[in-house]
Design a binder for this molecule. Sequence first.
Ligand code: HEM
Length: 222
Amino acid sequence: MHLIKKYLMAITGLFLSFFLIVHLSANFLLLLPHEIAPNLYNSYSNALRTNPVIEVVSIFLYLAIILHTVIAINLTLRNKRKTETPYHQNKILETSSWPSQNMGLLGLMILIFIIVHMANFWAKVKLGIEGPMPTDINGHSDIYMLVVTSLKDPILVTFYAVMSIPLAMHLSHGVSSAFRSLGVYHKRYMRYIEILSKIYSVVMGLGFGLIPLYIFFFSKVS
Ligand code: HEM
């Protein structure tokens, strides 16, 4: 059972990490010049939202977030019980990095981020909690304007920028650890995987941290 949980944790984690690559790429459109960014961002977001395949993938995404969280809580509590002896405590401190010892805390911070983030954007776009979305000149839901006006708020933009740090830390340990859980132990492959997951986590952290700051300082609300 423990092994199945570890596999599920790794597979859901890698799936979520892949989602982040797609999500960051889409959000890079926000950095384009004001003349073209709204149209491109809205067309892309609306095309995705009305695609039935993406609808199905989204359901897997929500399930992956829930499953990853539930198993993480379960494994964290289990490891806590196992490592409460002073011997284990010392062994852990000697052999592992701060992110690897605090994956639960970092994951909790990301979960809080995702809840706030989805309440701000997803609930308004998908659930229409504030009524029907305003549309742009092409008749697409104006998600660009929602994102830009929201991120002009100094508190929200600070929250986004700060939260990109635990995100990067969580990913830097999580991605390589997922490959290990799936059975990749070979020293040479693990070295490459560790380097790639460090690069990946830095790109994700910088991307998700700097895009909101760019919007706050430079994007026009018209
Ligand atoms: C630059 C920062 C970000 C921006 C501007 C942004 C923007 C958005 C927008 C506009 C949506 C709603 C899209 C729609 O439903 O059509 C969305 C959904 C979502 N975002 Fe983000 N996002 C950012 C960072 C993140 C990060 C760092 C995470 C995860 C740690 C994340 C996770 C999600 C999830 C899980 C959804 C729901 C996706 C779905 O329903 O298919 N986002 N984001």
